[in-house]
Design a protein around this ligand. Structure first.
Ligand SMILES: Cc1cc2nc3c(=O)[nH]c(=O)nc-3n(C[C@H](O)[C@H](O)[C@H](O)COP(=O)(O)OP(=O)(O)OC[C@H]3O[C@@H](n4cnc5c(N)ncnc54)[C@H](O)[C@@H]3O)c2cc1C
Length: 466
């Protein structure tokens, strides 16, 4: 008889955990309150048109080794189109292409940086100095900055304001969903160390070529064929706790008994599942109210002709931060997706005002769009997009299993936690979510665990990057 693990939450963390558990003597029962898997990284049928739209463009980076491992298990790796250039524009018609040259990592992007027209030579020298600092401090050095903002680090490196707004903030706000004034320095430094410097592939941009939800379609049959179960439309209401261990999960459809329970839901959802007795018994559940969300605005725009050829644009000096080219249909209509991270000020604006501001920027950065209005717009405000990776938050992110010391001390032994906000050492990303699922599954079974990162280049190692 296989022992049953109920996994609450069918986002990437829950899917990843279930796929690892079926390889062992455990039987996962994955319960998901919505009618499909994928959580925040999925698609929906737009009730206005019936069309399938992603809730937001989701970018995979080359350094996301665990996410790519999950895609490989699901057999959908081919659905990711890779680009090895990042295109930047400030809207004056000039486009800078940031891509690897012939130098080994961590210097592979230096040539392209030197050619960037967006930045003056003085600005580039400032960036080079701070980059050198980031390389030499290594992963240990960034730990020393864990309680400071990235702005404090940049000030320490004497970075001028123009460089902060036109370079550092552009990358940090997209990767961490907080601007440099609020983002924890260790999170931001990690993005540059692991994503842009450690090896030549880490910064590459992967974009799904199918609606996001199709990436998870194979998961249900794989879990079922592996002896597990997937219950869609099933909401957990409470964790059943007998003062010693979790005995199961109370759902709207009744009680599901379990040998162990993994909560793979965001912190505020977990908070709702926990009784005061359980909270007292497990220190990991006592600081859930210290986490906060940061919002993202995603807007689908449809034009009646092709106005953008590149796969994406990173935009500076404008409100819009990224424009993604989602393709052209048989009638020649182009679908673009605009993303604005850390979008607090956009949440109270109505669709008409958001569209007005976005179209102004689109006209400015895409010369072919001049004078054209979109034929259709769909605004998606994700108020609860990601947890806010603020300074010091890492110290209260709970681990997958109850431990014996600190925040993980004195926990309930058969309660496991997963989700992008748990202690995975990454900001709120799909990679973080998959890492958490793999780690929680390993904590239960003692098998599996994380896959290796791409090795750091020899030059990187020699310079102390790791
Ligand atoms: C707009 C937006 C843009 C993003 N862009 C990127 C990007 O470009 N790259 C990137 O890497 N990441 C991006 N992210 C972050 C990424 O989507 C998340 O980090 C990741 O999907 C989180 O996965 P998860 O499994 O931890 O949580 P979730 O995806 O939130 O999954 C939790 C699941 O639990 C379910 N659930 C909740 N409560 C219950 C309950 N009581 N019972 C049963 N089920 C329940 C929910 O329905 C949900 O499906 C973005 C997020 C958003 C919102």
């Amino acid at each position: 008889m296989k022992r049953t693990v109920v996994i609450i939450g069918g986002g990437l963390a829950g899917i990843a955990a279930a796929l690892r558990l079926i390889e062992t003597e455990y039987k996962p029962i994955l319960i998901e309150s919505s009618r499909r898997l994928g959580g925040r990284a999925t698609s929906f049928d737009d009730p206005r048109t019936g069309e399938t739209l992603d809730n937001c463009q989701h970018v995979v980076m080359g350094c996301c080794t665990n996410l790519l491992d999950l895609y490989e298990r699901l057999g959908v790796l081919e659905s990711i189109a890779w680009g090895h250039s990042v295109y930047w524009t400030s809207g004056r018609g000039e486009i800078d292409e940031l891509g690897a040259g012939w130098l080994p990592a961590p210097l592979h992007l230096a040539g392209a940086m030197r050619r960037m027209k967006l930045l003056s030579n003085v600005e580039k020298r400032h960036i080079a100095k701070a980059m050198w600092r980031i390389i030499r401090m290594g992963s240990k050095g960034r730990f020393e900055w864990r309680d400071s903002t990235f702005r404090a680090f940049l000030d320490h490196c004497k970075q001028p304001e123009s460089v902060i707004t036109r370079f550092w903030n552009v990358i940090v706000v997209s990767a961490c969903n907080l601007d440099v004034d609020r983002c924890g320095a260790a999170f931001a430094i990690q993005v540059f160390q692991d994503g842009f410097m450690s090896n030549r592939f880490g910064y590459s941009v992967g974009l799904p070529t199918t609606p996001l939800r199709e990436l998870y379609d194979p998961a249900i049959s794989m879990i079922e064929q592996g002896g597990g179960e997937v219950r869609l439309g099933c909401s957990a209401k409470a964790l059943a706790y007998d003062s010693r261990r979790i005995t199961g999960v109370n759902t709207l459809d009744g009680m599901i008994d379990a040998s162990a329970v993994m909560c793979a839901v965001p912190f505020d959802r977990l908070d709702k599942l926990v009784s005061s007795t359980l909270r007292k018994a497990d220190t990991r559940l006592q600081k859930l109210d210290a986490f906060a969300y940061s919002p993202i605005l995603g807007v689908h725009l449809f034009f009646d002709q092709t106005i953008m050829e590149l796969p994406h644009l990173t935009v500076v000096d404008h409100d819009i931060q990224w424009v993604f080219n989602k393709g052209v249909d048989e009638q020649g209509r182009q679908h673009l997706h605009v993303v604005i991270s850390a979008a607090d000020v956009w949440m109270d604006l109505d669709e008409a005002e958001i569209t007005r501001r976005l179209v102004k920027d689109i006209h400015s950065v895409l010369p072919k769009a001049k004078g054209l209005d979109p034929i259709r717009v769909r605004v998606i405000k994700e108020k609860r997009a990601t947890f806010a990776p603020t300074p010091g938050i890492d110290s209260i992110r709970p681990g997958p299993a109850s431990g014996t010391v600190g925040l993980a001390g004195g926990g309930v032994p058969n309660l496991y936690l997963a989700g992008d906000w748990t202690d995975v050492g990454w900001p709120s990303t799909m990679e973080g979510a998959v890492r958490s699922g793999y780690a929680a599954s390993e904590a239960i079974t003692g098998q599996g665990g994380l896959v290796d990162d791409i090795p750091t280049s020899l030059l990187g190692l020699a310079l102390g990057l790791r």
